[in-house]
Design a protein around this ligand. Structure first.
Ligand SMILES: Nc1nc2c(ncn2[C@@H]2O[C@H](COP(=O)(O)OP(=O)(O)OP(=O)(O)O)[C@@H](O)[C@H]2O)c(=O)[nH]1
Ligand SMILES: [Mg+2]
Length: 302
């Protein structure tokens, strides 16, 4: 499944970010906590030219909390990048953002004399505009559960910040096809350019591999290597997604399944685990479904 999507407005957004660099003190890069690396734009580092960056792991209400604990350890081992787990929807941990921004700017001459100027960047649909609304306590930035919703820069001020919302940007080519699939599963790539049937099959494969108990709960007993559509069809039938004549409506099934996955109705899952180096497991005995095949080096807790 080869996925590439880079519409013209993304190039324009890159230009706008560069043109406005001088007016930005800190970048808030919003990523999806269910796949923090796949939703982190590799172009950003170059684009922001050494300005401070805080990575915001958003939608923690939807991710696997055990895997999130691993990500937090992974970032703790990289103190040069500040990271803050948040949920814009549940307004979780938002004050930590202010502390992180202050830490990043404390040494500046202007610090304490004016508000921090923060530009919010990230791939499409990760929650940039929702973050602006959560921080400002309003609905000034328009949001939607689909990628490419925000079209231009929008400035909104709060007590602590002068904020700039930006349209989501991707990069030209995903070298690793898995990255494209993760972005698509999380809704960061327009559904119109994808086969939702293929994507639903990918989702099934991922759940059967990483969350077999959850897959069994939703789709029935999972047999390794079996055709995903055997299970997906059964799921569609069970949920009454039939066409006239009693055939399963595969398109409707695929779209419903993807929507349920994206909004957490199927459960809380993470699509990505941290690379294994420097990892320390401190999760004790409650090994989750998803955690079985993660190789971590275990060190004694001090
Ligand atoms: N469950 C959950 N949903 C969230 C959270 N933050 C944002 N969303 C939802 O994610 C979807 C996308 O949010 P937006 O704020 O429009 O995303 P964006 O990054 O501005 O998207 P573009 O402007 O298209 O790049 C919306 O349906 C939001 O309600 C969160 O913390 N938890
Ligand atoms: Mg937006």
């Amino acid at each position: 499944m080869d996925i590439q999507w880079f519409p013209g407005h993304m190039l324009k957004t890159q230009r706008l970010i560069q043109e406005n660099l001088g007016k930005v003190d800190v970048f808030f890069e919003v990523v999806d906590s269910r796949a923090p690396l796949a939703t982190s734009n590799p172009l950003l580092e170059k684009l922001i030219q050494g300005k401070p960056r805080v990575v915001l792991l958003n939608k923690i209400d939807l991710c696997d909390s055990h895997i999130l604990a691993l990500w937090r350890q992974w970032w703790d081992a990289r103190p040069e990048t500040l990271s803050v787990p948040i949920s814009c929807k549940e307004r979780k941990n938002l004050p930590a953002l202010r502390h992180a921004a202050e830490n990043a700017c404390r040494h500046k001459k202007w610090f304490g004399l004016r508000r921090v100027r923060a530009m919010i960047v990230g791939v499409p649909n990760v929650g940039k505009s929702t973050l602006i609304n959560s921080l400002s306590g309003g609905h000034k930035a328009s949001t939607a559960p689909k990628p490419g919703h925000t079209k231009g820069l929008q400035r909104i001020n709060t007590e602590a910040f002068d904020l700039v919302d930006t349209p989501g940007i991707l990069w030209h080519k995903f070298e690793d096809p898995e990255v494209g699939i993760r972005l698509a599963l999380l809704g960061s790539i327009k559904d119109e350019i994808l086969s939702s049937l293929d994507l639903a099959a990918q989702l099934y494969r991922f759940l059967a591999r990483d969350y077999p108990k959850a897959a069994e709960r939703h789709f029935g007993a999972v047999v390794e290597g079996a055709d995903p559509w055997v299970y997906l069809e059964a799921w569609g039938r069970q949920h009454g997604m039939l066409k006239h004549g009693g055939e399963v409506d595969e398109e409707r099934l695929a779209q419903t399944l993807l929507a349920q996955f994206r909004t957490g109705k199927l459960g809380r899952f993470s699509l990505e685990r941290p690379p294994v180096s420097n990892m320390i497991s401190s999760l004790g005995s409650s090994t989750p479904d998803s955690f079985k095949d993660v190789t971590v080096s275990v060190a004694p807790q001090g």
